[in-house]
Design a binder for this molecule. Structure first.
Ligand SMILES: NC(=O)c1ccc[n+]([C@@H]2O[C@H](COP(=O)([O-])OP(=O)(O)OC[C@H]3O[C@@H](n4cnc5c(N)ncnc54)[C@H](OP(=O)(O)O)[C@@H]3O)[C@@H](O)[C@H]2O)c1
Length: 284
């Protein structure tokens, strides 16, 4: 099975590159932004017509949530506009397009996990641009959208992945947000789900994938992580974790609750999805 990957140097892209060699009969052609710019429709078309892959996994995106407020045109172009050309290139070769989206398409007013049937109502530009992209991919008969959230691994450049180092190096307590409730997603679990969809020959649909366990706050995540380091290395000098009940000022608005249910993808593929606490030991 030939698979083309775009955005190969990003957090999810790196994990795809790491795990693809373990997949029998998967031949991965991975492209960073420098090697294949998804804004360049002709380059995408040329790449797909020469390789004729069964799947294109697009992890390239405008992912800076706060910057998207100041640069909405760039966010919409990368997260939505250019996907028309990507879908068209895929259509020519019959390639199935697997595209990643986000829990930030929801407004966060629910208090039970969002399902694929819930109506998106983004509260920020990033979420709106990702929602526009979803609609383009889903209008392609061989388009798959997987919404995920709070993705972390050793390669991620986000707060969750940074917590172990912060705990080990800070002399001051680490103040962590208790307001936003979300589903952490260990990147290798997400990638295994993507590979399973491909192996099963799924060719269209909208799916949620996050770890199970009903979500948590960043504070819960940091406390659990600290406890795990303590258990592994009881002598470790670690910063304290303190709850921060205030909103981060000046950034894009974010949904307060955006836990998603991965029940649909689990039922379709039969995969067992780990609890969010299980991935943590791989990053401590
Ligand atoms: N990480 C999360 O918590 C999270 C949560 C929900 C949804 N998602 C979605 O999951 C997907 C992957 O996220 P991620 O965490 O891997 O993001 P990431 O680490 O920010 O990686 C995105 C990649 O896209 C590349 N890129 C940017 N512009 C490009 C272009 N014009 N052509 C080709 N590549 C381009 C970037 O290249 P440079 O490195 O050169 O800039 C970067 O390597 C995205 O669709 C994101 O919206 C992520």
């Amino acid at each position: 099975m030939k698979v083309v990957l775009t955005g190969a140097n990003g957090g999810v892209g790196r994990i795809i590159q790491q795990l693809a060699p373990g997949q029998s009969r998967m031949e991965l052609a991975a492209y960073s932004r420098q090697e294949l710019n998804i804004l360049d429709k002709q380059a995408l078309t040329d790449c797909l017509s020469s390789l004729k892959p069964e799947y294109l996994i697009n992890t390239a995106a405008f992912t800076h949530v706060d910057r998207a407020e100041k640069e909405p045109e760039a966010a919409f172009l990368l997260n939505a506009g250019c996907l028309e050309g990507m879908a068209e290139a895929c259509r020519k070769t019959g390639t199935i397009l697997i595209h990643l989206s986000t829990d930030y398409v929801f407004d966060g007013t629910k208090r039970t996990p969002y399902t694929e049937d819930d109506i998106p109502a983004p509260v920020n530009t990033y979420g709106a641009s990702k929602r526009a992209g979803e609609l383009i991919v889903l209008s392609y008969s061989r388009g798959i959208v997987i919404r995920t959230s709070w993705v972390y691994s050793r390669y991620s450049h986000n707060f969750l992945a940074a917590i172990p180092l912060l705990l080990r190096t800070r002399s001051e307590p680490l103040q962590v947000d208790t307001l936003q409730v979300n589903s952490p997603t260990y990147a290798p679990d997400l990638v295994n789900a993507l590979f399973t969809l491909a192996r099963e020959g799924i060719s269209h649909g909208l799916f949620h994938f996050t770890n199970t366990g009903g979500g948590c706050t960043r504070y819960d995540f940091a406390c659990h992580l600290r406890e795990m380091i303590n258990r592994k290395d009881p002598g470790a000098a670690l910063a304290q974790v303190l709850p921060m009940h205030a909103e981060v000022q000046g950034g894009a608005p974010r949904p307060v609750y955006s836990v998603m249910s991965p029940a649909k993808i689990a039922a379709l593929t039969g995969i067992t999805i780990p609890h969010w606490k299980e991935g943590i030991e791989n990053i401590i």
